[in-house]
Design a protein around this ligand. Structure first.
Ligand code: GLN
Length: 188
């Protein structure tokens, strides 16, 4: 199984490391050709506006959207979730629109307000999570399942084989959320 990590900007290296620790082939995605033969793709955290600009410039926007439409399993963390979301409540643009949620960008405030916490994930219990200028999930569509919460709010959601997290699991030693994504890729 080969998993891609969008690597135009942001925390790609950390995700690549998590995937290799889990024993799967992990490749950075920088050009449309890198999408070939993937069983899944991770969209990392970083800055969603910069990521969108860079991936559009690399010619990746259309092929990525197409791959998602055809059912490529995807996992967006933080900025990656913003790229996947159907709606961004406080931003005029919408990007890939592959996950039926509305998110609010930068809901946890500034960089200095970043924090580590335990989130509750169905079937896993408490999972450590790092929040960095994280988005908040403000609406969840009917086909979207809330898998994880923090203080009662959704932080990990799934729609079919598309997974989205407001936090960074790749900045902790705990690989269970990545394992969860890999199980969706195996099914997908
Ligand atoms: N605030 C960033 C954005 O809006 C996301 C932050 C992150 O990915 N850690 O894109």
């Amino acid at each position: 199984m080969k998993i891609g990590v969008l690597a135009v900007q942001g925390a790609a290296r950390e995700h690549l490391l998590c995937l290799s620790r889990l024993g799967v082939e992990a490749v950075p995605v920088l050009r449309p050709a890198d999408l070939a033969g993937l069983s899944g793709i991770i969209l990392p955290g970083g800055e969603s506006t910069a990521q969108w600009r860079l991936l559009s410039r690399a010619g990746l926007a259309d092929p990525l959207q197409e791959a998602l439409r055809e059912g490529l399993p995807a996992f967006g963390t933080c900025a990656g979730l913003i790229l996947l979301a159907q709606e961004i409540t406080n931003w005029p643009e919408r990007y890939l629109g592959a996950l039926d949620v509305a998110v609010e960008r930068n809901a946890t405030g500034r960089q200095v307000d970043s924090f580590e916490a335990k989130v509750r994930v169905d079937g896993l219990g408490e999972v450590p999570a790092v929040f960095i200028r994280a988005p908040a999930i403000r609406r969840v569509g009917p086909g979207v399942e809330v898998l994880g919460t923090y203080e009662g709010e959704p932080v990990l959601v799934r729609q079919g084989s598309v997974l989205g997290a407001t936090f960074h699991p790749e900045l902790t030693e705990d690989l269970r959320v990545h394992e969860l994504f890999l199980s969706l890729c195996r099914k997908g």
